[in-house]
Each structure stands twice: as structure tokens, then as C-alpha cells.
Write a protein that binds this ligand. Sequence first.
Ligand SMILES: [Mg+2]
Length: 206
Amino acid sequence: MLVFVVFRQIVVVSKALFLDRDGVINKEVNYLYKIDEFEFIEGVFEACSFFQNAGYLLIVITNQAGIARGYYTEDDFYNLNCWMVKQFEDRGVKITKTYYSPFHPQYGIGKYCKDHWSRKPKPGMLFQARDEFNINLSKSILIGDKESDIEAGLAAQLGFNVLVRSGHQISENSTKADAIIDSIQNLPKLFSKFEKQDCFTQKLSI
Ligand SMILES: [Mg+2]
């Protein structure tokens, strides 16, 4: 008698909400690295909790040219990030991982002076997260306050790219974003709208 045993590998595919940090999670401050200068944007915890409950991983992707320029160190960044993640944790929200790019192609000092694949608008951090957490990028969302965030999302073929008005000045007429909203606080409402209509491809503005 022959017995065939079939091993089935279960592969879990995830979706994610990719968050730029400065101007999205916290108020924009040039070259921020001090905890006492970090101010959360209103509604960020509730919005992230909403997406966590909807089954999205929460992943931060942030350019940190201040490290490249020597304004602060990777340790400074790490300490601030640990504190930030803890603030989310204390409110029941898990940040799966923070990816950061400490490079700048012109103003970086020493090893940080690089046109690096991780620095947005390049999509490297999104691909790193995809590979590490088996994320389906076409089912994922990106939220950022600069066109370079949106360009990274487009290069990685994300499902939906959202620009916010809560950070840097944006060009609303020329953006390639799928939607523009005042801040992350409005994202759950936008999401409910496009989920219902199944229109990842339709441009929406609220
Ligand atoms: Mg930003």
C-alpha cells in the first residue's frame, strides 16, 4: 500500500498601511529627533487603530536626511522611534516595523552620501517590507505629505496613494495621488468610501 502525504504550505499574504512619519504621524518639524518636539497629529491613533482592526499591518517608511547631514545620529532616531512606537502600543496599536533611509545623494556626509535605493521617491523600503512580511502591495495603502511619497507608492504599484495637507505644502493640481485629505484623521472615512465602492482606482477627494 502506498501512502501519499501531501505537505501543504500555508502562505499568509498581508496588506499594509504604509505611513510616512513627519507631516503624517507627527507635525512637521525640520530635522526632528527630540521627543519634546514630537507632536502627534490629532486623530492618528484612532485612524491607525481603525486600519489595524481592518487587518492592515501598520508600517512606517521615513526618509531621515538629518542623519545623512550629521544633524543627529541613527541612535537619536532609534530612541525617538522607540518612544513613538511605545505611544502607539500604550493605545493598543502595533506598529509592525519602521523602515528609514539615512542617506542623501548630495548633502550626506561620508557613508551617508549616496543616491540610495531606499530613499523615497525610490520604492526600496516598500519592497523591503513586502519581502519581509509577505505583503500584497496592490492591496495596500500609502499615506504621505510629499509628492516623493506618492512617487514611491506609484513605483511600487501600491493599491492606493493618499496625500495629506497636514505636512509640507502640496501641489494639489499636479499630484499623482489617488486622493487628497486634510490629515490622517480623515483616512478611515475615505477608506470606508472606497471599500464600499471597490474603487481603488477612482480618484477621490474629501
Ligand atoms: Mg513627510
